[in-house]
Design a protein around this ligand. Structure first.
Ligand SMILES: CC(=O)N[C@H]1[C@@H](OP(=O)(O)OP(=O)(O)OC[C@H]2O[C@@H](n3ccc(=O)[nH]c3=O)[C@H](O)[C@@H]2O)O[C@H](CO)[C@@H](O)[C@@H]1O
Ligand SMILES: C=C(OP(=O)(O)O)C(=O)O
Length: 436
């Protein structure tokens, strides 16, 4: 079922300096598809999902739900059917779990269906410490016992609603709590929880299954648990991080592109921060036009002070768009501080941009000052994580000469057929090996 083997090394050879033109549609949101696939285990009935991104992380989670007994079948390029008639808390492959962060998302649904699950530690992007404490905190309050024994052992004799306060608005912990709470008896209140578009999408999916959830899109959700959950059909929403990536890409390559069905209601903080870099987009219905000839002048704060782009929990600027903002800023006139608060090593990739000619001072693991514009030159670089990989692809596309991006399978964990889709707009990306 996997499109590429885990051990397969992929590289992109990119010829820089080509402007793009045309229309593109974002894929479904990876971080919505993952909890929704896990939540399909909550019912024994058939769930039909469309607009599922066909990416490595999704393929890995599909393999994991098959291990516990679910039947999963791709019925189209982006259509996935799941039927979890009989589920058992089988041993999950530690290597597969360590490849994706989302393996932890099986905790809530498996507790609800089987009363137990043992999960090897999750993986995901290597961008700093990936804490799981919030997952334990919230699931314990909903009636689970958690033991650390190399793997994480979750067990419950019955989930019960509770008034839960999150120590931080963790995205995947909120998703686990939602799945546990819909199956718990009584009412649950989740306070200080996450509210990202993918959390909202999961909540809507659960409602379509029969759950009762209030407060979607806010940091307090109320769940009236214990309702019977049935099969349903659901379309995964567009990936707002991919939209942010496309905006940055269009701006630095001086291209005009139209992003169709961009999910504009989720783009306010993204658009606001690109405007700080002198990049303005036009909203036309649910499409987003990135016009050519952007000003690309960083707007100082009032009084001429250096402005700041910082990530924060939703609805503020998403952490996953930070690497894209950094590479985009290298092509803008002026100076800006980029402040990443969530992960200790997400910014380390800037040394690769510096090697290409970018003017960046990494002040500490969380803050970088970018001064632009800088002429970038093609180089051989390696992608450490999904978003840094995309940032390097963007850099390579606006650089003079040819670049090679090694470890591009990282990019493909999060972006579907990105080489093909960008080449259709005029990019020159050669994937090695070619797609089979
Ligand atoms: C599969 C999935 O959905 N992955 C996303 C999810 O990961 P994930 O759910 O793993 O990330 P969390 O939301 O739990 O937290 C991420 C990190 O940020 C820190 N933290 C969190 C909240 C906060 O207000 N302040 C803060 O500093 C945490 O300590 C942690 O180190 O959310 C992250 C933050 O949006 C994204 O980068 C990931 O793409
Ligand atoms: C950090 C990311 O993903 P994950 O949490 O799956 O590692 C990301 O999508 O940028």
């Amino acid at each position: 079922m996997g499109q590429t083997q885990p051990s397969e090394r992929i590289k992109y050879v990119v010829e820089g300096g080509h402007a793009l033109k045309g229309e593109i549609e974002p894929s479904g949101n990876k971080n919505a598809a993952l909890p929704i696939i896990a939540a399909a285990l909550l019912t024994s009935e058939r769930v039909e999902l469309t607009n599922v991104p066909r990416i490595r992380d999704v393929e890995a989670l599909v393999e994991l739900i098959q291990t516990v007994g679910a039947k999963a079948r791709w019925t189209g390029q982006n259509a996935l059917e799941i039927e979890a008639r009989e589920i058992r808390p089988a041993d999950l492959d530690p290597v597969l779990c360590s490849r994706i962060r989302a393996s932890i998302l099986l905790a809530g649904p498996m507790l609800a269906r089987c009363g137990e699950v043992t999960l090897p530690p999750p993986g995901g992007d290597v961008i700093g410490r990936r804490r799981v404490d919030t997952h334990f905190l919230v699931l314990q309050q909903l009636g689970a016992e958690v033991h650390l024994n190399g793997a994480y052992e979750f067990r419950t004799s019955g989930l019960a609603g509770a008034d839960v306060f999150f120590d931080e608005p963790s995205v995947t912990a909120t998703e686990n709590a939602l799945c546990a709470a819909v199956a718990a008896t009584g009412t649950t209140i989740l306070r200080n929880c996450a509210s990202e578009p993918h959390v909202q999408d999961l909540a809507r999916f659960l409602i379509a299954m029969g759950a009762r959830i209030e407060g979607i899109g806010t940091n307090t959700m109320v769940i009236h648990g214990g309702t019977a959950l049935s099969g349903t059909r659901h379309r995964i929403g567009p990936d707002h991080i991919e939209v942010g990536s496309l905006i940055g890409l269009a701006a630095v390559t001086r291209s005009e592109i139209t992003i169709r069905n961009a999910g504009v209601e989720h783009l306010r903080s993204t658009l606001m921060n690109f405007e700080r870099l002198g990049i303005r987009c036009r909203i036309e219905g649910d499409d987003l036009v990135v016009p050519a000839g952007q000003e690309m002048k960083i707007k100082p704060d009032f009084g001429g002070h250096v402005p700041k782009i910082e990530d924060q929990p939703w609805p503020a600027f998403p952490a996953d768009t930070m690497s894209i903002a950094i590479v985009t800023a290298t092509q803008c006139e002026g100076m800006v501080l980029l402040f990443e608060k969530m992960f200790e090593s997400r910014m380390f990739f800037v040394d690769k941009l510096i090697a290409m000619g970018a003017r960046i001072v990494l002040c500490d693991p969380h803050r970088a000052v970018v001064s632009g514009p800088a002429k970038l030159t093609g180089a051989r670089v390696e992608s450490p994580d999904i978003r840094a990989g995309m940032a390097m692809l963007i850099a390579a596309m606006c650089a003079e000469g040819t670049s090679t991006i090694e470890n591009a399978q990282q990019i493909e964990r999060g972006y579907e057929r990105i080489d093909e889709r960008l080449n259709a707009l005029g990019a020159r990306i050669t994937r090695i090996p070619p797609r089979g």
